[in-house]
Write a protein that binds this ligand. Structure first.
Ligand code: SF4
Ligand code: SF4
Length: 379
């Protein structure tokens, strides 16, 4: 690998996320895909993806996620999985389960897939299907979760948690236990993309969150008592913290995302930032990672304004999330307003107050579909 004198401190990308497509049969109102995804129909070809995987591995990436949209709509998925296996990646398929069949689950295992994560919207068919915008989703997810387990994969179930399903924690965990899940990820909604557009209708109140935490901790304690191996990860929402997360472990530090059209991003949300990001069809992944202005934009701490610049915690959180700073303050250079030291922390406090008084129902949310996306394209 050739590196210039300016890039000697930059480590290699260890995680590669291949967003194969923005197409998806579901309509989750918290989807992290761009609001204007309907105007971005371009997708890399099979050969271009295989080339990206090869370049990523040569740079040092060891973990590979296939996501979307719904990656199963790509008919070349088995070929991509096989290519990734030959290159020596540890591979993870992140799927809604829609479009999956028992035959495909087995075929992917034969092609070398290591891991499948199936996402659910709720613990019961009514709520699950209402949030997903599909009448068939829940039954299909149940069947596919069972097929994944039967095929011998470690079973990871993911639930995005918001104010409409946060009361279901106990039922969700019971469902996961019943399905034989090895890991459960209860990921409280993070407000980017569609979730930011729907924030008022999705954000739980502090009281809801506290109740949910109590239930999760109680269930965890019961699992320990019963010597049950299921592991539960509860990702609490940034909006109820006083310090931001170390977003992506630092900009351009470990994670490299490639969007369906080949745009390379330091995280899957970064496309919303007013920064020009490079494309794998125009530059090598090595150039993109080490030398592109987009990937170097927020590396290090030279870009930081106050209060981050002189803060003794800047090595811990790198000033938080650039997307959150941009969405909440209009300037991605600012400290993440989640931080209580940020002069714009009042925006987080206002969102918390709004969540305490929110009355929006599921029918008030803007669902992620092509029709709604075209409205965002025009605006
Ligand atoms: S979050 Fe929902 S709508 Fe978005 S890609 Fe995943 S399953 Fe599809
Ligand atoms: S001021 Fe900036 S660096 Fe300091 S804790 Fe807050 S976000 Fe992190």
């Amino acid at each position: 690998m050739t590196t210039s004198h300016t890039d000697h401190k930059i480590g290699p990308p260890l995680w590669l996320l291949a967003e194969l497509t923005y197409r998806c049969p579901l309509q989750c109102p918290y989807c992290s895909n761009p609001l204007d995804y309907a105007s971005q129909e371009q997708e890399l070809s099979t050969q271009q993806w295989l080339d990206v995987l090869q370049q990523g591995r040569a740079l040092g990436a060891a973990q590979l996620g296939f996501s979307g949209g719904e990656p199963l709509v790509r008919q070349d998925l088995p070929e991509l999985i096989g290519g990734a296996r030959e290159l020596g990646y540890y591979t993870n398929l992140i799927t809604s389960g829609l479009g999956l069949t028992e035959t495909k689950v087995k075929a992917f295992a034969d092609a070398g897939l290591d891991h499948i994560q199936v996402s659910f919207q709720a613990s019961d068919p009514e709520l699950n299907n209402a949030v997903a915008g599909s009448r068939k989703a829940f039954q299909q997810k149940l069947a596919m979760a069972r097929a994944v387990k039967e095929a011998g994969y470690p079973m990871v179930l993911n639930f995005v948690i918001h104010r409409h399903n946060i009361h279901q924690m106990t039922d969700i965990l019971a469902l996961c236990e019943n399905l034989g899940a090895d890991y459960v990820e209860l990921a409280t909604c993070q407000y980017y993309g569609w979730a930011f557009a729907n924030r008022e209708g999705l954000m739980p109140s502090r009281a809801q969150l506290a109740e949910a935490e109590t239930r999760v901790n109680r269930y965890r304690a019961e699992l320990v008592e019963r010597d049950h191996p299921m592991k539960v990860i509860f990702v609490t929402p940034d909006y109820y913290e006083e310090r931001p997360k170390a977003c992506m472990n630092g900009w351009g530090s470990l994670f490299l995302t490639v969007a369906p059209d080949g745009t390379a991003l330091p995280c899957h949300s970064a496309r919303l930032l007013p920064i020009e990001f490079p494309n794998v069809t125009q530059a090598s992944l090595e150039d993109i990672w080490y030398r592109s202005p987009g990937f170097n934009h927020y590396r290090g701490d030279g870009w930081m304004p106050e209060p981050c610049r002189s803060c003794d915690e800047k090595d811990k959180d790198f000033g938080g999330c650039r997307c959150q700073a941009y969405l909440l303050t209009g300037n991605a250079d600012n400290a993440d307003p989640v931080c209580a030291k940020s002069p714009q922390h009042d925006r987080i406090l206002a969102a918390r107050t709004a969540a305490d008084h929110a009355t929006a129902g599921l029918e008030d949310l803007t669902y992620r579909n092509a029709r709604n996306s075209r409205v965002f394209c025009r605006s």
